[in-house]
Design a binder for this molecule. Structure first.
Ligand code: PMP
Length: 451
């Protein structure tokens, strides 16, 4: 099947109509944004709240289950679920009760509460990764993993994959360009690009060519790339990558900040993948800030022997004042015990299949040579007749004009779509009616687009 070309004029005129409607229905948000701009850049407390949207930012009033309501009382059924940080929905009763109990105990002590052991033991049981350390963000977890890998290997460089995202850390916010590796953001230290190698995913020859130089401390990868739409590993790819990494003296980390929501125990457990480190984050979906990293027995032995002790003992730089606080630990424990259960993962996986079939049905009905992407609860739009094998291929489906119209069209009809680099995600709070609502509205949009 040949490739589909958007009618750019039509996309632009649809965007104009939808933007006018959006502005009309979000006037209270616009007023708050204007007021916010007098004390915060772009009128928001954190830049992503502006930058991730393809329309003016809305201010939120409250959330309920998988929906939230803006300052103008418009309802949005959320398929972004805070980039997977709130996959439990906005008012999960188990998380709410855990917060109440945590505040009774006390929010934090800079000393452990016994429930931290419950969380570490449970994750060890599910993932097969035996030792854990807690942080607040996956960015923080990846930062510490890189430091540990550097200390162990006595090397500096990190290897990542085109289309990667591992958080806002200086070591990884770079991309390949015609003139070599360059930061894709401002503010990184000069020369930072010398510390990274960025290669295509699913390409073992490229990986070996870099690894054999003996400079890589850590290979940092998601088991399935989830920040450039979706790229699945070819069978045996991660296993072979791990083997190559070890052959040339490097360590490997599976960053499952997103992928942990795709399968019980993460893709590590679902696909029985090997690793030295595993990173989890996004509050495990509770919305309460929390992340952590797991380590093999051998790494734990090293970390145990090189832990920083105050005054005079320079150990590995790790930790933060609010890390492993009671709120985060209680939220994660409640999530693991009550929501992240095998049955619930089975349910979201089935809903994901239903979702992908629904999207594919629309593409087929309208003669679009597109493919529905699908992994567990994650779906997406591949605008080509073959699924991507690496980040470069995947990025071709991130068409800004199309995503702008999709975001606006859906928002005006009560659906909050995924960020441009991800895809709609089934949350633990969604039902099949919610999925059908998305599919119905996506059908209306695509019918209008191809008419
Ligand atoms: N790793 C991956 C794979 C992610 O997707 C993200 C966030 N999108 C991060 C790390 C960073 O997470 P955080 O913003 O919570 O630090």
């Amino acid at each position: 099947m040949s490739q589909f070309s958007f009618n750019r004029t039509k996309l632009q005129s649809m965007a104009n109509v939808e933007l006018a409607a959006f502005k009309q229905r979000t006037q209270k948000s616009a007023a708050l944004l204007e007021r916010g701009a007098r004390s915060m850049p772009k009128g928001v407390p954190m830049s992503w709240m502006y930058g991730l949207n393809f329309h003016p930012t809305i201010y939120v009033e409250r959330g309920k289950g998988p929906e939230f309501f803006d300052a103008d009382h418009n309802r949005y059924l959320d398929f972004n679920v805070v980039d997977l940080a709130v996959t439990m929905g906005f008012d999960n009763p188990h998380v709410r009760e855990a917060m109440r109990k945590a505040m009774e105990v006390g929010p934090h002590f800079l000393l452990p509460v016994k429930e931290a052991i419950d969380v570490a033991e449970e994750l060890a049981h599910r993932t097969g990764v035996p030792y854990w350390q807690f942080t607040m963000t996956a960015t923080g977890a990846n930062t510490e993993v890189i430091r540990i890998a550097r200390t162990i290997t006595k090397r500096s460089k990190v290897m990542v994959f085109e289309g990667h995202y591992h958080g806002h850390l200086d070591d990884t916010m770079m991309e390949n360009s015609k003139s070599g590796v360059r930061p894709y953001v401002l503010g990184l230290p000069k020369g930072v690009e010398k510390g990274i190698e960025i290669i295509p995913f699913n390409d073992l020859t490229a990986a070996e060519a870099v690894l054999k130089k003996g400079e890589i401390a850590l290979v940092l990868t998601e088991p399935a790339m989830s920040n450039c739409t979706l790229v699945k590993p070819e069978p045996g790819y991660i296993e072979a990558l791990y083997k190559l990494a070890h052959q040339y003296g490097s360590l490997l980390c599976l960053d499952e900040a997103h992928d942990f929501s795709f399968a019980y125990g993460g893709l590590k457990a679902a696909w029985n993948l090997p690793c030295d480190f595993m990173v989890l984050g996004k509050g495990l979906g509770t919305g309460i800030p929390f992340a952590l990293y797991g380590m093999s027995g051998a790494i734990n032995e090293f970390v145990d022997a090189h832990t920083q002790i105050d005054l005079g003992h320079p150990g590995i730089a790790a930790g933060g004042t609010t890390y492993a606080n009671t709120l985060a630990v209680f939220a994660a424990k409640a999530a693991l015990e009550n929501v992240l259960t095998p049955e619930n993962y089975k349910r979201t996986e089935a809903l994901g299949r239903h979702f992908a079939a629904g999207l594919q049905g629309i593409f087929d009905e309208l003669g679009l040579p597109w493919l529905a992407q699908h992994l567990g609860p994650r779906v997406g739009f591949c605008l080509f007749p073959a699924l991507p094998k690496n980040g470069k291929e995947a990025y071709r489906s991130i068409d800004v004009d199309w995503i702008t119209v999709r975001k606006l069209f859906m928002a005006n009809r009560g659906v909050w779509d995924a960020v441009a680099t991800a895809g709609p995600q089934v949350s633990f709070a969604h039902s099949s009616e919610h999925i059908d609502e998305y599919i119905g509205k996506a059908r209306d949009l695509l019918r209008q687009l191809v008419a």
